[in-house]
Design a protein around this ligand. Structure first.
Ligand code: P5A
Length: 445
């Protein structure tokens, strides 16, 4: 993309309404625009990152054997009356009446709807295990929408639902989700710690939240500092092997890590004092096992080999897709702007032309631009007729991890400069070498 042809409405001033750094930078970098409290338009740059985050979520869900589908945002009240949650859900639910006076709601989650799909089409234990998921907009009429996309009213969630014959199988599904989430967050450059949590309106007593440590997080967390050293890394996982998956979960959930809702100070005090940490975290996901809470009242059963009909065991599993953008920025920024991890960056590299209109500089930029594109990369070429300082400020603010700076002086010596946004370190090399280096960096992402 050439910047002169893009739509990147960056702001020079700090927006007064933004209290935390991620909200401030998302507004300043022209990623989002607020349309109403907790409701945002996703401008091109924000939309690009959102799509990258979604893509990683899709890949890791499908790697774990989970099947994508798409359910609507609007649901009927009747469906929720079957589970008993229509009245229980309270004021967070946005209730809508259509012209026929039918009661609808903008879905805050989809347990009822997916259970309805399941009961309409699945009858036999032979069709299990089954996990279906989608990435869809949700609406929760939060009392205090704030911090931009962190606590929105309309927000994007990946929500998945497992259907299993018994508790043992459903716990394997729970564990599969835990491991696939660990990998998902790591690919986004995040350390998200699974913590024992409370289940709230979703139900069940087996649940973990995934928290990214950040001083601006809304949740208070208590943990053993050793938990922050755990990493899934590149180890290979066989999601069809319940023992291996359970062992990984064991590894990640044995050390003390809890939110304030489940905190147990007696247990906490047993951790060696220097490892005992109290902090704050951003909840980027939550997984639940709730057995037959929905399948029983809604009649989602399967016929077993002996002919008996049993309600299926279920769980639901959510990732805060739009919230993740805020969490990534909270975890990765400096005073100049965002620093995107390579896995989610909106553009792979910036090409900064120090002297637009100079024949050699223009030609070199063009060659690098085409060279990166022909290798499947997506560079942003700052081809504006602007001062170098302004161009650097823009690429720093929008957080592109690599910058190739091209100017007539360097070109006289056959070199351009490759700069890492994270370390600030620059290296001179030929344009071809810069293309090769950037290509190589992304080959492993
Ligand atoms: C699990 C999937 C559920 O709703 N039902 C389907 C279960 N879980 S949850 O914990 O309530 O939500 C899942 C994740 O969604 C994000 N989230 C939000 N993101 C932005 N703004 C909000 N208001 C908001 N509410 C929830 C969180 O990341 C949460 O973990």
């Amino acid at each position: 993309m050439r910047l002169t042809r893009y739509f990147l409405p960056v702001l020079k001033e700090n927006p007064a309404e933004a209290q935390i750094v991620s909200h401030r930078y998302m507004l300043r970098a022209g990623m989002i625009k607020q349309q109403a409290a907790g409701i945002y338009s996703w401008l091109p740059l924000g939309f690009k990152v959102l799509r990258r985050v979604e893509q990683i979520v899709h890949e890791e869900q499908q790697r774990a054997g989970h099947i994508p589908l798409l359910m609507p945002t609007l649901q009927t009240a009747d469906l929720w009356r079957e589970s008993g949650r229509y009245d229980d859900y309270g004021e967070e639910m946005l209730r809508i009446t259509d012209r026929q006076k039918r009661e609808l709601l903008y879905g805050p989650t989809n347990e009822e709807m997916i259970t309805d799909i399941f009961r309409s089409h699945v009858n036999s234990y032979k069709d299990l295990p089954l996990t279906l998921y989608h990435i869809q907009w949700k609406f929760r009429d939060e009392m205090r929408p704030r911090f931009g996309v962190m606590r929105g009213r309309e927000f994007l969630m990946k929500d998945g639902y497992n259907f299993d014959v018994d508790k043992e199988q459903a716990i394997h599904a729970y564990n599969r989700h835990m491991v696939s989430y660990l990998r998902t967050y790591e690919r986004m450059g995040l350390t998200a710690i699974p913590m024992r949590a409370a289940s709230g309106p979703i139900g069940g007593d087996n649940t973990h939240e995934f928290l990214v440590l950040a001083s601006t997080g809304e949740s208070e967390v208590f943990y053993d500092s050793a938990v922050t050293d755990l990493e899934l890394g590149s180890r290979s996982v066989n999601y069809d092997d319940p023992a291996q998956v359970a062992a990984i979960c064991q590894e990640f959930t044995t050390l003390y890590a809890r939110t304030d809702e489940t905190h147990d100070s007696a247990l906490f005090d047993q951790i060696p004092e220097e490892r005992r940490k109290v902090g704050r975290g951003i909840e980027v996901g939550q997984i639940f096992y709730f057995g037959t809470k929905y399948s029983e009242p809604m009649g989602a059963t399967v016929t077993m080999p002996d002919g008996s009909k049993v309600p299926v065991h279920m769980g639901s599993h959510g990732i805060g897709v739009s919230r993740l953008l805020g969490a990534i920025i909270e975890a990765s920024h400096d005073d100049k702007g965002i620093i995107w991890p390579e896995g989610v960056t909106p553009f792979h590299a910036a090409i900064v032309n120090l002297k637009q209109g100079d024949t050699d500089a223009d030609a070199a930029c063009e060659a690098i631009y085409q060279g990166l594109r022909s290798r499947g990369l997506d560079p942003l070429y700052d081809d504006r007729d602007a001062r170098a300082g302004e161009k650097f400020a823009t690429t720093d603010l929008i957080g592109l991890p690599w910058r190739i700076t091209v100017g007539p002086r360097g070109l006289k010596n056959g070199v351009v400069e490759l700069t890492s946004r994270r370390t600030g370190e620059s290296e001179e090399m030929s344009p071809e070498a810069a293309i090769a280096r950037v290509t190589e960096i992304y080959a492993g992402v």
